[in-house]
Design a protein around this ligand. Structure first.
Ligand code: ZN
Length: 131
């Protein structure tokens, strides 16, 4: 039996899984916006400029695809990449289309956004329990 013939299609099937899982500009945008840290929906709303319901829909799909994991803290849910290799995949794709991978990965790295009211960007705005 020709090993190469049987192995290449098999391994390609496996390799296609993560590529297909993030194969939409919306998913890539969300992963870039989250980057190596974690982000809540309102933070992503600020960065991406999309409606919260729209972002939530994609977050749910990414979680279902086992790409994101979430963590609840108070009334906020934070999302983070389960595997940072997805960022490498996006960086490689950026290079294929002639973009600087370094620049692309830095897009989501802005530590805080003045217009964002999430606990990460505006810790003082966390509502205090009223007396
Ligand atoms: Zn924020």
């Amino acid at each position: 039996m020709n090993m190469r013939k049987t192995t290449i299609p098999k391994i390609s099937e496996q390799i296609a899984v993560p590529i297909e899982a993030i194969a939409s500009s919306q998913r890539i945008a969300i992963l870039l916006a989250i980057g190596k840290v974690e982000a809540c929906v309102c933070h992503l709303e600020t960065i991406l400029g999309w409606r919260q319901a729209y972002i939530s829909q994609h977050l749910m799909a990414l979680r279902k695809a086992d790409i994101l994991e979430d963590r609840r803290e108070g009334r906020y849910v934070y999302y983070r990449l389960k595997n940072a290799a997805y960022l490498k995949l996006i960086a490689a794709s950026a290079e294929v289309c002639g973009l600087s991978a370094e620049t692309v990965l830095k897009i989501g790295e802005t530590p805080t956004h003045a217009s964002c009211e999430c606990p990460h960007c505006a810790p003082t705005l966390i509502p205090v329990v009223s007396p």
